[in-house]
Every structure is written in C-alpha cells, then in structure tokens.
Design a protein around this ligand. Structure first.
Ligand code: F6P
Length: 421
C-alpha cells in the first residue's frame, strides 16, 4: 500500500527537545518504519522550518517530505489553523502524482487531520484519523489561562476535531478513555473506531539484570532512584510531583533509606514558557526543602535515557492527563514499574499491584503513598513487578505489532473513500 501521513506540527525526525515535539514524533517515525518493513511505502508530510532539508529518509520505503507553511521559524501547534489549507495545497500540488495512487491518507493530531481531510477530498482516497490527544479531554484537566483562550484555542480545535471525526472513514483511538470520549462526547460512530495503542522499541529499551549495579555505575548512591521525563510543560505535572516528595523522603528516612528523584529541567536554552516553568519548579523545590533529594537534568543523550529508565526503581508519570503514555511502555520495556496518572491512556497500560500503580497526581499524599507501596514492597514482589512490566511491554507494545494492527485498519478501509460519508 501507499500511505500518506499528514502531521504539520509533528516532524517524525525532530530532534529531542525541539518545541512541540514529543511522543507523537516517535510514534510516526516508528510506525512509518515498521510499515515500510512490511513492504508498504510511506510518505510523511510535515512543515519545513528551522533549516531542515525538504526530503529525508526514515528508512528504505519511508520518507519525510517537508513543505513551508505560514511564517518563518517555529510556529506553535495551536497557531497553525490559518495555514493548514495552504499546507495541504502545497503538498497536493507537489505530490499529486503520488497521492493519486495512494491507498490511504492518515492524519495525525487535529492539524494533521484537517490537512489530511482536505487532501483526501481532493484525491478521493480514504481518510484515517489518529487524534493523539483530544481537545475535550485536555480541556477537562487543563484550562486555558488566557482571557481570550489564545493559549490552547480549544474552541477551534474541538470544532475541527469534530469535523475530521465525522469525515474520517476510520479512527484509531490510543486507549479506552479516548474511545469513550469519541463515542460519548464527539458523537463518533463506534463502528469506525479501532483501539491500537502506541508502542516501544523493545530492543533498545530492555531490562538490565542488576539495577543497583547500574545506579552505582551512573553515580547514584541513594537507596532508591526514581525517574520521570518529558518536555517542560505544565501538562507533564512535574510541579505536582514536587508536592509528593516530602512525604516520600520522610517515610523513607524513618525506614533508614535515602532516595533520589531524577527530574527534567528542559533544554539549556529554554523558550519563555519553559523558562517560566523551570523557575517555578526550582522555587517550589526550594520552598519544600527537597532539593537534596532531586537530581535535575537537562537534555539526555539516547544512551542516558535508556540507562536512566533501566536503572530506576520506579518511573513516575504525574501528568494531570496523558492521552496514551508512551513513557510508561518505555519504562516497562526497561523492567521498571510505574506510578502513573489514572487520567487517560495509563489505565489501559497499568495493572495496579502487578506492574505499577495508578494515583492522582493532584492528590500528592495519595501519589506519595503509591510510591511508597512500590518501593517498600518485599524484594520478591518488587522483582515480580519488574518482570511483569517487561513482559507486558514485550507482548503488547512492540512497534511491529502496532504497525501490523494499523495496516489491518488501512486494509479495512482501502477503496472505501466516501463509503461512510
Ligand atoms: O506537540 C507535542 C505533543 O506531545 C505531541 O506529540 C502530542 O500529540 C501533543 O503534543 C499532545 O498535545 P496536547 O497538548 O494537545 O495534549
């Protein structure tokens, strides 16, 4: 099959730490790569900016094609609305010969969905939509702090999502929570929805036998190492996490143990928003007198990321809301149980007491209690949890299985353009 991905804001080959890049980029790159391995041809259409090249191969059979859109330089994903038709137009005029023979047009996130919808109408090909995150669910947990709603532009986003969902021939939901929101709140026909989760590279992220050894090699000397990672964005919940640290430190001190929390501080050259969030983190940590228990880090190399995941006794996901939770399956593949938000995708990933715990990060005592449950469990139980986490990643979340499931959805709508419209 010939498959076209539309994802203006999310370049699959974005460098780590680039603004508005994250799990969606990893998802697009790995899915495109696996589809190419299955013999399909994939073109990924994204925005050209920041001096990147117009064409770049992900691997044989999967290529990123970049087109300019709107003003020069970085453009926030929330501000892309006015330029999406122009983006679709540029892709269509340059790629029309290839798109005329495409089998499916796959839009990612609402900006990708909107431009993919325009393209699918222009070339008469089936449209598949993966939201990666839904405006209505995000708005429930994170309100727009600006009086005119210009930070998140929820109204425009939700309206666009509704139109894309109505038009799509099939919709991939990353979790049960998303499927419920799609049917219950967006009115999407349940028959067009398939749940296909995100995945993890189970060769790169893997269990190492002795965590304590690895911790010492990495220079960590405390009894427990706790890790969290993500871009510096209030939506990742790092400020909330700080509130859970004092009770954890206190309880462990009483048990004669020490702990280190590894927490990100964002890029060394932060954007104004990142800088504001970083300052808030540093100030709150100092007010709570927990700086001794924290090791802050800036950008991690790929190897450091793999090592930290594997060395950690526990991975923490304190987001107020997480659409899927790619970081959780990366932790699992590294043999690391988690304590994660119950809002969003993590409820499908975490089986409480088996491979981690769910706790509301907005309730720091509850979040701290689950951390302590995991750390202070008998060694046999902790060992069992690590093995269960790794096993779940291997059996449920390999990218090859994710891509095969997506390819089945493509097959189910192939030649189906306009069938459900
Ligand atoms: O843009 C970065 C990113 O993490 C994407 O990978 C993801 O799809 C999106 O943000 C989630 O966005 P939202 O903040 O709307 O939930």
């Amino acid at each position: 099959m010939r498959i076209a991905f539309f994802c203006p804001h999310s370049d699959p080959l974005a460098s780590p730490g680039e603004p508005d890049s994250g799990g969606q980029c990893v998802y697009e790159a790995r899915v495109a790569e696996q589809l190419a391995r299955l013999g399909h041809e994939v073109r990924v259409y994204t925005r050209l900016w920041g001096g990147k090249s117009e064409h770049q191969a992900i691997c044989d059979g999967a290529t990123v094609c970049r087109y300019p859109m709107g003003p020069e330089g970085f453009l926030r994903k929330e501000d892309m609305g006015p330029y999406l038709a122009e983006f679709a137009e540029r892709v269509l005029s340059d790629q029309s010969a290839w798109l005329q023979h495409a089998d499916v047009i796959h839009g990612h996130y609402w900006d990708g969905g909107a431009s993919a919808l325009i393209a699918s109408l222009a070339v008469g090909k089936p449209l598949l939509f993966t939201s990666h995150s839904l405006g209505l669910l995000k708005r429930d947990r994170i309100s727009d702090p600006t009086p005119d709603g210009s930070k998140f532009r929820y109204e425009l986003r939700i309206r666009a999502e509704k139109k894309i969902l109505d038009a799509a021939d099939a919709v991939i939901a990353l979790s049960r929570t998303e499927r419920e929101a799609l049917t219950g709140r967006y009115g999407t026909n349940a028959e067009k929805i398939r749940i296909v989760p995100g995945g993890v590279d189970t060769e790169a992220f893997h269990l190492r036998l002795d965590k304590t050894d690895l911790q010492r090699q990495l220079g960590f000397t405390s009894d427990y190492l706790l890790f969290t990672v993500g871009r510096l964005d209030p939506r990742k919940g790092f400020l909330e996490l700080l509130e859970a640290i004092p009770p954890v430190v206190k309880a462990l001190r009483e048990a004669g143990k020490t702990v280190t929390f590894l927490i990100p501080l964002g890029p060394e050259q932060p954007s104004p928003d990142e800088k504001a969030y970083r300052d808030a983190l540093l100030q709150r940590a100092s007010e709570l007198q927990v700086t001794d228990a924290i090791r802050w880090f800036h950008r991690l190399t790929d190897q450091e990321l793999l090592d930290y995941y594997a060395a950690a006794d526990l991975f923490l996901c304190p987001s107020p809301y997480e659409p899927f939770g790619l970081v959780l399956v990366e932790a699992f593949a590294s043999g690391t149980p988690v304590v994660a938000t119950p809002h969003g995708g993590p409820i499908d990933i975490v089986t409480p007491g088996v491979n981690g715990y769910l706790a509301d990060p907005m309730d720091p005592p509850a979040f701290a209690a689950r951390i302590l449950d995991a750390l202070l469990a008998p060694e046999n139980d902790r060992h069992r949890m690590r093995a269960a986490a790794a096993e779940r990643a291997r059996t449920r979340y390999a990218w090859s299985s994710v891509a095969s499931a997506i390819a089945e959805v493509y097959h189910s709508i192939q030649g189906d353009a306009f069938a459900l419209r």
